[in-house]
Design a protein around this ligand. Structure first.
Ligand code: HEM
Length: 264
């Protein structure tokens, strides 16, 4: 009785609610970032020129004299995304089963109860765990080489740098994790719940599944396109793409390349 009185007099901590909010907020930003990222990255499906145009725009190449833009933008973007990524993962780990016994109980429940939301939570936990490693490798690569976002250099990374397998695993995990996550955010905070909550939920589930299929398709096509470009560039690894550089600096760059080639 005494312990009950002490418990009920204790002021409830707001920390769990704040941590939950922080997890939702970082998840929302990362989910929207991934939507944009895979769209921009998918421009390689339309060719080297399209990819070079998109990366040039993102690096503000139209403002720089050399036409190469400012790779420092990539550096800052990677730093910011990495901070959000690590924060989000640390907050997510609070809810992980932290022993084999807990994991077994959870897994048995997923098998026994035919409850979609519980299954989705499990998919979130597994894909999140894999992404912690695969995402970190990718983010570090971009962090260490911010000036290397270029149709040839990216394709070299995919083929000659053997990153294709990591990208495939990361793609499946991030597309599932981000879209299930965004759907769960809508459920949790009641976004788009409309007048008929059941109907809206079914609509959101359908939208989630379509978005997952859409991003898996453009993601796989993107990796395929990088692979084709990278295979054709295997004997010139490390050489940049020159197609998108502005016409005023083009002759100079072609001249440089010509000099290198003729010295060989
Ligand atoms: C600002 C941070 C990021 C930058 C600058 C960036 C940049 C890039 C670039 C340039 C590529 C093309 C391949 C290459 O050049 O190696 C790529 C591919 C990819 N990135 Fe990122 N990335 C970032 C963050 C992330 C994060 C946080 C994830 C997920 C955890 C992610 C997932 C992927 C996937 C799955 C691919 C392969 C996509 C495909 O072609 O299908 N990226 N990224």
């Amino acid at each position: 009785m005494e312990s009950y009185t002490i418990e009920s007099n204790k002021k409830k901590s707001r920390l769990p609610a704040r941590l939950d909010f922080a997890q939702s907020a970082t998840g929302l930003i990362l989910g929207l970032f991934i939507w944009m990222h895979l769209l921009f990255d998918g421009s390689i499906i339309f060719g080297k020129k399209a990819f070079s145009f998109v990366t040039g725009m993102l690096e503000l190449s139209f403002l720089s004299d050399t036409g190469h833009g400012y790779p420092i933008i990539v550096f800052f973007a990677v730093t910011l995304i990495s901070i959000l990524f690590v924060t989000h993962a640390l907050l997510g780990m609070r809810k992980f089963p932290n022993s084999y016994k807990q994991h077994r109980i959870m897994a048995d429940q997923v098998i026994m109860t035919d409850h979609m939301e519980t299954k989705l939570w499990y998919v979130q936990a597994i894909t999140g765990f894999i992404m912690f490693f695969a995402g970190s490798v990718h983010l570090y690569t971009m962090f260490a080489n911010p000036g290397s976002v270029d149709p040839y250099l990216s394709a070299d990374r995919v083929v000659s740098g053997n990153m294709w397998f990591l990208y495939l695993v990361l793609l499946v995990c991030v597309v599932l994790h981000a879209n299930i996550g965004l759907y769960r955010l809508c459920m949790k905070w009641g976004w788009f719940s409309g007048k008929d909550a059941r109907k809206s939920r079914l609509k959101l589930q359908m939208l989630r599944n379509r978005i997952i299929v859409f991003y898996l398709i453009i993601g796989v096509l993107g990796i395929l396109a990088f692979t084709i470009v990278g295979m054709g560039h295997r004997d010139k690894v490390g050489e940049r793409y020159l197609g998108q550089v502005t016409s005023s600096v083009m002759p100079q760059l072609v001249q440089t390349r010509y000099t290198v080639d003729s010295n060989e």
